[in-house]
Design a protein around this ligand. Structure first.
Ligand code: PLP
Length: 344
């Protein structure tokens, strides 16, 4: 039975072109700055997002953590959305390793209000952890994969800078946002100090993220990467896939968005309650109500029929389209999900 794996866009395996690029990649010791493929990937990505420098890191989680460490000192505060990936899904690294206090704000819809940010920017007082950093996320994973518009994004980033904060973008899927709104990615990245973007999600590379920012920021970030054990030596082997991801895979994200829109439409036509983000990208969230036991086992029952997806919380499910999902898969998955959900 063919598996239709809609758990995440992280499940993508490398393309044949990527596998061939790995074999022939020119490599060197990247801790000495001598891996030409890593150096090229960092430079190409930084140029694409309009920053001075880039740093190849092992994962999105590591990129975000390094950004927090490079922007903040122990005891500082970072303003974070309550639904942000950094707060919910990165193992508490912000607390465990950075010693930074999350200052939480409501990010319903994928972005916070300017007022909620300003409330945390309090005058100096020994009682307070000083707010140093704002972390934004776009597209916003837990908020339906919503792509926040360049306009809304910019307003919040500019307001934070006016308050003296640094701004970091968890742009794990920032190219999905840019493609969804039909804008150059710099519409987002030009208004932040640093951005982490994932090569290993919709762009299809097997491993890695790039953290970009000013040359001075990346120098500090490089030091933190080493401290965290993230110096990777002959990493050109995987950076070669990252280059293909960044140079050739961005435009194809549109296909994932089209497939997600079709999936949402089919599920809705089948009577399911489908969430409607303002700008859908490659995710579909749906909610199932019914007998507790049957709702609980929905994902397992679909998996038994070859359709894999995750339950984000009780009765709320997420489907993610990606490189290895086509229109036929979408139709088959919708059919099975509707059948199984109708038994709830
Ligand atoms: C919005 C967001 N940020 C960061 C990450 C972390 O990326 P990684 O899994 O590479 O650590 C993810 C992963 O799904 C994500 O969705």
């Amino acid at each position: 039975m063919k598996k239709i794996d809609l758990r995440s866009d992280t499940v993508t395996v490398p393309t044949q072109e990527m596998r061939e690029a790995m074999v022939s990649a020119e490599v060197g010791d990247d801790v000495y700055g001598e891996d030409p493929t890593v150096n090229r990937l960092e430079a190409v990505t930084a140029e694409k997002v309009g920053k001075e420098a880039g740093l190849f890191v092992t994962s999105g989680t590591q990129g975000n953590l390094i950004a927090i460490l490079a922007h903040c000192s122990k005891g500082d505060g970072a303003i974070l959305g309550m639904d942000s990936h950094i707060y919910n899904y990165e193992g508490g690294g912000i607390a465990a390793i950075a010693g930074v206090l999350p200052l939480l704000v409501d990010d319903t819809g994928g972005i916070m209000s300017e007022d909620s940010i300003k409330k945390w920017c309090r005058p100096h007082d020994v009682h307070f952890a000083p707010a140093r950093l704002l972390c934004l996320e776009n597209t916003h994973n837990r908020q339906g994969g919503n792509a926040v518009s360049p306009q809304d994004f910019k307003e919040v980033a500019v307001a934070a800078k006016e308050e003296g904060l640094s701004v970091h973008l968890d742009g794990a899927r920032i190219f999905n946002a840019a493609v969804a709104w039909g804008v150059d990615v710099k519409e987002y990245t030009s208004v932040v100090d640093s951005v982490q973007l994932c090569l290993s999600k919709g762009l299809g590379a097997p491993v890695g993220s790039i953290l970009c920012g000013s040359a001075e920021f990346i120098e500090r970030a490089r030091h933190w990467r080493k401290r965290l054990g993230g110096g990777m030596r002959q990493a050109g082997v995987i950076a070669a896939c990252g280059l293909i991801a960044i140079e050739k895979m961005v435009n194809r994200l549109e296909e994932d968005h089209k497939n997600a829109a079709l999936l949402a439409e089919l599920l809705e036509d089948g009577g399911l309650l489908v969430e409607k983000p303002r700008k859908r990208t490659n995710m579909v969230y749906f909610v199932v109500k019914g007998e507790e036991n049957k709702v609980k086992t929905l994902a397992d029952r679909c998996a038994a029929k070859g359709v894999l997806f995750n339950a984000l919380s009780e009765g709320r499910f997420r489907l993610v389209t990606h490189l290895w999902i086509d229109e036929k898969d979408v139709k088959e998955a919708a059919k099975i999900i509707i059948e199984e959900a109708s038994c709830c």
